[in-house]
Design a protein around this ligand. Structure first.
Ligand code: ADP
Length: 396
């Protein structure tokens, strides 16, 4: 998690790729080569050793720009050495870094994904924005039973045109959504040409591809939000009426999706990490909420001077003023105003005492990070029901 977090933090464009391969296998012990590769800023060669020491950063100015303590890699190195493994990095400034670590584990029975009936002997065509995803999808589709898989990466063929693609033999077409002209042309084709009616079409997108998602909700085309779990991928090839229509809450009660989907709120999101801001904003936007983002507790207080929100999603650890202090200040102000602002805590602390601390200072709900769409929906719904908030589409 630390390596992936760093890779995302230090990579503005390109990709982060995680892979795990078997390196050694003897006497029931498997040695793994785990890699986290990025196309980020890279690390100068004279720094690739000492970044594994405590409080070391490759470039001290990164603290200002990216934050961080210089402890993550030291802790990772300690853990890997306790697992009889090694950790190292290969890197080139401006090109990217690949962190390797080699833990060892006692072996269990091998567990390869079982082929599924829906893909048996079918032929698939895959169009992705990068070579890595093409390779991964090719392998997944073969494991699931496809007889042939053709994969094209648009990164390698930026000028590829629709006419150059022969999709006629493909029963399954998978497209990773990008703003590439070919993808747009394909989307038009999917909608306007009958031959695609008989094909299974799956679009892989992220929270920024709201347009693609909305465009295909009424059609037979499936839109899958990345990250792509095995289960989600497999389910996308099953008939629609097999797909679960009810979501299950954390405490096991069934809630109707429709009820949660009706709720359209005006939300203030207080969060200092740019990545988390983007993820949470995208997710809440897809759920139909309108979201304003601030970076810390002080900004929350000044925002509330002139604006009203249905709910505040409050990160706990933020610079300048944290979520606990901000909540205390809001509750203090309310003693005079008589108003009440629903506040939901968002934090990576998963211990019960911490949840209690949040409710002690007057928070109304608790979402643990990394945030899960179902948990967010459910917690918002609980707060809506508790405070009788109106479902106000006009906010959107
Ligand atoms: P920090 O909390 O500062 O990120 P780490 O121990 O995880 O602490 O990383 C130490 C330093 O190593 C970082 O400050 C950065 O200079 C460098 N570093 C780690 N991962 C990467 C990466 N993927 N790309 C570029 N630099 C990295």
């Amino acid at each position: 998690i630390n390596l992936i977090g760093n890779a995302i933090k230090f990579t503005e464009t390109g990709h982060v790729f995680v892979s795990v391969e078997t390196r050694t296998f003897a006497n029931g012990i498997v040695g793994l080569d785990c890699r986290v590769a990025d196309t980020g800023i890279g690390i100068p060669s004279d720094k690739t050793k000492n970044i594994f020491e405590s409080f070391q950063q490759a470039d001290s100015s990164t603290t200002r720009r990216y934050g961080g303590t210089g402890l993550g890699l030291a802790i990772s190195a300690k853990i890997i050495s306790l697992m009889d493994g090694e950790i190292w990095v290969e890197s080139e400034v401006g090109v990217g870094s690949t962190f390797h670590f080699t833990p060892q584990f006692p072996c269990q029975q091998p567990d390869t994904p079982a082929p599924i009936e829906e893909l048996a002997d079918r032929s698939a065509f895959v169009i992705t924005c990068g070579e890595q995803n093409a390779t991964v999808l090719k392998r997944r589709l073969s494991d699931l039973g496809c007889s042939t898989v053709t994969a094209v990466s648009l990164a390698d063929r930026p000028r590829l045109e629709l006419d150059a693609l022969d999709l006629s033999d493909a029963n399954v077409v998978i497209v990773e959504s990008t703003n590439h002209p070919l993808v747009e042309a394909l989307f038009d084709r999917f909608e306007n040409s009958d031959i695609y009616q008989s094909k299974q079409i799956v679009i892989l997108g992220n929270s920024e591809n709201v347009d693609a998602q909305e465009r295909f909700t009424q059609s037979h085309i499936r839109f899958l939000l990345k990250p792509l779990t095995h289960e989600k991928f497999v389910n996308s090839f099953k008939p629609t009426n097999d797909a679960p229509v009810e979501s299950t809450t954390r405490d096991g009660n069934d809630t109707s999706e429709t009820a949660a989907d009706d709720v359209k709120l005006k939300i203030l999101l207080a969060e200092d990490s740019k990545v988390n801001q983007k993820v949470a904003k995208g997710l809440l936007g897809l759920m139909g909420h309108s979201v304003e983002v601030v970076n810390n507790g002080l900004e929350v207080l000044s925002k509330l001077e002139h604006h009203e929100f249905d709910v505040i999603l409050m990160d706990i650890e933020m610079p300048e003023m944290d979520g606990i202090e901000a909540t205390e200040a809001i509750r203090q102000r309310e003693q005079d105003s008589g108003n009440y602002q629903p506040i939901i805590a968002m934090t990576a602390h998963v211990i019960k005492e911490f949840e209690n601390r949040c409710s002690d200072v007057g928070m109304d709900g608790y979402i643990s990070k990394p945030i899960e769409p179902d948990a967010v929906k459910q917690t918002l719904l609980e707060v809506v029901n508790k405070f009788g908030l109106r479902c106000n589409p006009a906010h959107g």
